[in-house]
Every structure is written in C-alpha cells, then in structure tokens.
Design a protein around this ligand. Structure first.
Ligand code: MF3
Ligand code: CO
Ligand code: CO
Length: 275
C-alpha cells in the first residue's frame, strides 16, 4: 500500500513537468501509462468498469473522469490529473491521488476555485483522527468551500481503498458533524473534494464517463489517500517534491501537505506486507 501510494505521488510530480499550452491530454495519458509500467505497476483506471485510458484528465468545467484524447491544453485552462497505480502488478494495492494544474496564466476565477479546492483537501485532512466521524470531515470541507463562495459536488465522494479501487466507506465532502462512521486507526481512504465556482449540480456526457458542472462553471479537485493513525492521519500520497504549475505558482495558498518528504524514491521505499 505504501509503495502504491508513493508511486502515485511520484507520478503526479512527473506529470507536473509536462503541463503546458500545446500539450494534448492523450500525451499526458501516454506519459502516465509508460511511467506506471516502468515502475512495475498497472494503471488502475485502464479498463476499470470500461474506462478506456490510464489516467483521468478533467479540464475547466469537467468535474472528474475526463477521458484523455485529442484536446490540446491552452493558456488559461485548468486541468485535474488523477492517477491510480496498482502495485505490485499481481494482487496489488491502489494508490489514488490527484491535483489541479494551471496551464499558463490563469484568470482570477480559475485561481480562486483551484486554491479553494486545494485548501478544502487540507481542511478535511486536518479533521482526521480516531473518534472523528465522516460527517466531521464533510462538514469541515463544505463549510470552508461554501464560505469562499464555491460549492461542493455531492454525487461523487472519497472512498475506502486497498486491493480494490473503491470500497466502503464512501467519504462525502459535505455533511453534518458527529454523523456517519467513526474513524479508527488503520482505516485507509481517500479525500478528494470536487469544488465548483457555481452550483454543485453536475451533468454527464454521453461518453458514459465525463462529469461536468451543469452551469459549466469551473471545477477543481485535489485528492490524497490517507490512513488513520493513533493520533491523526498519515498522508500516504504525500509527494517527494512540489508540483510544477501548481505548488510553485506565486498565488498558491499552500498548506501543511505541501511540506514534502526530501528523500526516498518509490523503488527504495520499505515494503511491509500490508498497509
Ligand atoms: N481516480 C478516481 C477516484 O478518485 C476514479 C477514476 S475511475 C476511472 O476515485 F475509471 F475513471 F478511472
Ligand atoms: Co479516489
Ligand atoms: Co482519484
């Protein structure tokens, strides 16, 4: 599990170097696919419930599950890249993480929704400790994002994760304090708030996957895989370096999760039998 998560994190660091105007989402898919195989892992999205590609690329009003293809990134776009390697290849674990990147120079609206989404994830993770509830996490995220004039998508949530991609519990990014499952040490799940500049309602494209905002307002998302510890939580998809076009921009409102671990590469990370 640790190595799947650190590989997921390093895949985002790798892809962050390739975000620029003129690059196609298909090229990003190829980079993620090849990097995953090179690291003795399998891209979880590929053929997952029929998903046709190895990564999700969600541009502008696309909330999540965007399918890589011909689309060329242009100056001012925002793009979420969501990676989920399975390591090892046989009977492996999933590591799930995503970030929203700036393509060139963004509008003030784009900066707002991306920075609110970034901080929403931080705010959610800050709540995690034994005894806190799923409702506590959702409430913290919803209160923060709505307080910044944005909305939180209801129809997609974080999720338990392990040998299966999506397991119980479902982790809503909205909710009521003190409600829902209580957290216990060892629980492993994602937090991945999707934050919209307009309303929370969504539409689906007829490709069966692409989710977009009903009002076509911008949407941004950040995701980490975490495990509950005795006192708080461990962010398993924490990165070894800051993300280009994301954490290095002057307007980024960075939080504790940006403090990156300076050393081991995924290949040299320790590999306990589980978790
Ligand atoms: N990585 C997404 C998540 O965070 C799920 C993508 S499913 C896919 O849960 F099939 F679209 F890849
Ligand atoms: Co996820
Ligand atoms: Co994901």
């Amino acid at each position: 599990m640790r190595r799947a998560c650190s590989l997921a994190a390093e895949t985002l660091v790798m892809i962050s170097e390739h975000i620029r105007p003129g690059v196609s989402t298909e090229e990003l898919n190829t980079l993620v696919h090849d990097f995953t195989l090179k690291n003795n892992a399998i891209p979880g999205p590929l053929n997952y419930r029929g998903f046709p590609k190895s990564v999700c690329t969600s541009v502008n009003a696309v909330v999540c599950h965007g399918i890589p293809g011909e689309q060329i990134l242009k100056d001012g776009d925002i793009i979420n890249v969501d990676v989920t390697p399975i390591f090892p290849r046989r009977r492996g674990y999933h590591g799930d993480t995503s970030a929203t990147f700036y393509v060139g120079t963004p509008s003030l609206k784009a900066r707002h929704v991306v920075e609110v989404a970034r901080q929403s994830l931080e705010v959610g993770i800050a709540v995690v400790r034994p005894g806190a509830t799923l409702g506590d996490i959702g409430h913290a995220i919803q209160t923060f994002a709505e307080g910044k004039g944005c909305s939180v998508v209801r129809d997609y949530t974080g999720h338990g994760i392990g040998r299966r991609f999506h397991t119980e519990p479902s982790v809503p990014h909205y909710g009521v304090p003190g409600t829902g499952m209580s957290l216990r040490p060892g629980m492993t799940f994602t937090i991945e708030p999707m934050v919209n500049l307009g309303g929370f309602e969504i539409d689906h494209l007829d490709d069966g996957w692409t989710v977009l905002t009903r009002d076509r307002s911008l949407s941004a998302q950040f995701e980490h895989t975490i495990v509950v510890t005795q006192t708080s939580c461990d962010v398993r998809t924490r990165r070894s370096a800051p993300l280009k076009n994301c954490e290095d921009v002057p307007w980024a409102k960075l939080g504790p999760l940006t403090s990156f671990i300076p050393s081991p590469k995924p290949e040299s990370a320790p590999s306990p039998a589980s978790v």
